[in-house]
Design a protein around this ligand. Structure first.
Ligand code: NAG
Length: 399
């Protein structure tokens, strides 16, 4: 075992053996914005929000938020893994949503299946039916996105929208464009913040590598425990989040510096304690074990491919022993890729693999700030200076 892995497991051991009694007696720091939901936050910061329910063809009921504006400037925002619509309003008046709304855009904010707002289904109960959790980003791209996009186009009476996706929130558009290519024409432009598609393990560094390498073992444990939902409200890790990450001082050290900066890249100037303690009330939300496993498969197999069930089940399901690779040449929508140099989850070599195969990349931009990391795209303090000008320019030019 490498030294790095030893350190990692030691950290996990320490974290999971913290004296919770003592911790629970010390003061928690929970700002008001940590307790408000999307509608509460958007209303507090001066926006008018409508809530919509969208039903997918496989029965999931998705919450879609709408901040009305000019219908010719319709934009859909999609969050990343373990996240929700809240991510786009965490910074209050300095959030992407606020910037778009005040520039007159008609903004729709999605929540994909399994997250707090979209943990509902017409027939399946997420608490008791394991099959509710039988999905990965494939189904999010192939079912959630089409349902949400068609709903918005119908409501607004327009033929096209622009989209902004963060992290797995842009990955799902590559699935959509390749498996349901008729949707390419419904998208004027996709702005990919922190583009995620290829996750080749070779291009990652510690500790992201360790997370991927230990993934299959963790998956077996979860399977044995019959845990199909990862990081659900009542899980042990969420209990740790609520008791440890909310500790004044200690919470920031352990969870912001110890987890976020390790996995997403360090940038303390952009992610100060106040916003961290707000975020902890909103992040993470749940996803499926299968979604996480699918990401790990992509990383270890170095292919952007459908879920691998193993040879026999693949044969039954796909009529082939190995799962189909997503054909990125079919993703003909215009794509702008915005990348942080310090983003540990999107090493430039992996983004290049995506960029070279997409037929219609209109912009490939490495953010000027050398410390720009994965979370600065949504939570950064100075997004209005570093990021929004690029977003506004792109939207203005291609919509
Ligand atoms: C947000 O919170 C308000 C007030 O607690 C509640 O009425 C509303 O239903 C919540 N909305 C969602 C989508 O959870």
């Amino acid at each position: 075992m490498k030294t790095h892995s030893v350190l990692f497991y030691t950290a996990v051991f320490v974290l999971t053996n913290l004296p919770l009694d003592a911790i629970q007696r010390s003061p928690l720091y929970i700002p008001e914005d940590a307790t408000l939901n999307f509608t509460g936050l958007a209303t507090k910061y001066g926006m008018f929000v409508q809530e919509h329910d969208v039903i997918t063809e496989d029965g999931y009921i998705l919450k879609l938020f709408h901040v009305p504006g000019d219908k010719d400037k319709t934009v859909l925002l999609m969050h990343g893994i373990l996240d929700s619509a809240d991510t786009f309003i965490i910074r209050g008046r300095r959030s992407l949503l606020a910037a778009l709304a005040s520039a007159g855009y008609d903004v729709w904010i999605g929540n994909y299946r399994g997250t707090t707002y979209s943990r509902r289904h017409k027939r399946l109960n997420p608490d008791t039916d394991n099959s509710f959790w039988d999905y990965s980003f494939h189904e999010i791209g192939a079912y959630d996105l089409p349902a949400v996009i068609d709903y918005i186009l119908r409501e607004n009476g327009v033929k096209q929208l622009s989209a902004i996706g963060h992290s797995q929130g842009n990955m799902i558009f590559y699935v959509l464009g390749s498996v349901r290519p008729e949707y390419n024409d419904k998208i004027k432009l996709l702005i990919a913040l922190g583009p995620v598609c290829y996750l080749n393990l070779d291009n990652f560094q510690f500790p992201v590598t360790t997370v991927v390498e230990t993934g299959p073992a963790v998956n077996l444990v979860l399977q044995a425990l019959n845990q199909e939902e990862v990081l659900g409200e009542t899980s042990f890790l969420m209990y740790l989040r609520n008791t440890v990450c909310t500790q004044r001082l200690l919470g920031y050290k352990l969870c912001a510096e110890g987890i976020f900066f390790q996995l997403a890249g360090e940038d303390a100037a952009e992610f100060e304690p106040d916003v961290f303690y707000t975020l902890i009330g909103h992040y993470p939300t749940g996803t499926s074990r299968k979604n996480v496993l699918h990401l790990i498969q992509i990383a270890s197999d170095k292919q952007f491919m459908q879920f691998d069930y193993g040879p026999l089940k693949n044969l039954k399901r796909y009529n082939s022993v190995s799962p189909a690779v997503y054909d990125l040449r079919r993703v003909t929508m215009k794509v702008a890729l915005l990348v942080g140099r310090n983003d540990k989850l999107t090493p430039l070599d992996n983004v290049d693999l995506l960029r070279k195969q997409l037929p219609n990349v209109v912009r490939y931009h490495i953010m000027e700030n050398p410390k720009f990391n994965h979370i600065d795209h949504v939570w950064g303090k100075n997004m209005d200076k570093y990021l929004f000008p690029h977003v506004m320019n792109l939207l203005g030019k291609y919509s």
